[in-house]
Ligand binder design. Structure first.
Ligand SMILES: *Cc1c(COP(=O)(O)O)cnc(C)c1O
Length: 336
């Protein structure tokens, strides 16, 4: 495997974990080599999109340990997502056990330390029994597979350009705060539109007033003020990114910076010094430019390299993940 040139795509690995929910309870599940699913044509997931998912990474640390980053938070978030879509949540222990078993079974696909690559884990739950009248399915499947992914930044961290979208991502009191495929299905037209116009990503505004910054299709914003404070947008319709929460902790406890989660008005962005997008895939993608209907704002950190604080946040969190910097208690779960 050439880890450095690997992209972000699906590569089938030998083992996955599968558990089924039937007659009101989850079975204990097991590792299997079967990657195909045979479903009723009328399965709840196919007709009414009843499915939720997670995303997390396993990788090798400096001292040769295989670890997963904060999987307990993915387990908790999957439970919250499941409840919102009337999907029976899986026990936290089963989730953590599935993570452990899948990574252990596919250990040959955990990229080596320093390659920048990782083993991406995709847990998900979906309604598997037939549903035609609108209601929750009676049977479900939980599956966790993994696929190796390459380094996110291949030619260095190059700031991206985003546009303020005319589409909305999430309604107030809707499903923006859960990790559900349905939020992505409706973002596809918006992202294809943005790409066709030459932008890398969409900045979604709050759907009610269209004046506050929410997030992009799959990453949370992090801003740095001119006096070196971290600001992250607060809203009930933003997906609570584990990377963003971890970066804010790193800012406070490792970099001695103040951090605030509050509403951020679109008209405020001109006052910030740096901007980044946080998520498991990239950790932080620096943002160079935001285009609001032709009005372009370039962050003082510019369009050639990441801002100084963005870079420090990135280096510190990836250092923690790689075992180069002491991790806070419980952040790295070792796979045995
Ligand atoms: C998964 C996701 C994120 C990033 O969350 P992480 O836990 O940091 O990977 C941000 N926004 C949306 C909409 C997401 O689905």
């Amino acid at each position: 495997m050439n880890w450095e040139t690997l992209g972000f795509g699906y590569i089938k690995t030998p083992f996955r974990f599968v558990a089924d929910y039937k007659n009101g309870k989850w079975n204990e599940g097991a590792i299997t080599t079967e990657d195909k699913i045979i479903l009723s044509e009328c399965a709840g997931v196919l007709q009414y999109a009843q499915t939720v998912f997670e995303g997390l990474k396993a990788y090798m640390t400096k001292n040769g340990k295989t670890v997963v980053f904060r999987p307990d938070l993915n387990a908790e978030r999957l439970e919250q997502s499941a409840k919102r879509l009337e999907i029976p949540p899986i026990p936290k222990d089963m989730f953590l056990n599935a993570v452990n078993e899948v990574v252990a079974a596919n250990k040959a696909f955990v990229p080596p330390y320093g390659s920048g690559a990782a083993l991406y884990l995709r847990p998900f739950i979906f309604g598997s029994s037939p549903v035609i009248g609108v209601k929750p399915a009676e049977e479900y499947q939980f599956r966790l597979f993994c696929t190796p992914v390459g380094p996110y930044f291949k030619g260095g961290m190059k700031p991206i350009t985003i546009k303020v979208s005319d589409f909305d991502r999430a309604a107030p009191h809707g499903t923006g705060h859960i990790k559900a495929g349905l939020n992505y299905a409706m973002s596809l037209h918006a992202i294809v539109t943005a790409h066709n116009e030459g932008f890398d990503e969409n900045l979604y505004l709050d759907a009610q007033t269209r004046t506050f910054v929410e997030e992009t299709g799959g990453a949370n914003f992090i801003f740095v003020t001119k006096d070196g404070k971290i600001v992250t947008p607060k809203s009930d319709s933003i997906l609570p990114s584990i990377t963003r929460r971890s970066l804010c902790y790193v800012a406070e406890h490792y970099l001695n910076m103040k951090e605030k989660n509050r509403r951020v008005a679109l008209k405020e962005i001109k006052d910030f010094a740096e901007c980044g997008l946080c998520g498991t895939a990239a950790v932080i993608s620096p943002v160079g430019k935001i285009n609001d209907h032709g009005k372009e704002f370039i962050f003082p950190s510019g369009t050639e390299k990441p801002g100084e604080i963005t870079k420090r946040l990135y280096d510190t969190l990836t250092g923690i993940q790689n075992g180069e910097i002491q991790a806070p208690e419980g952040w790295l779960k070792e796979i045995k």
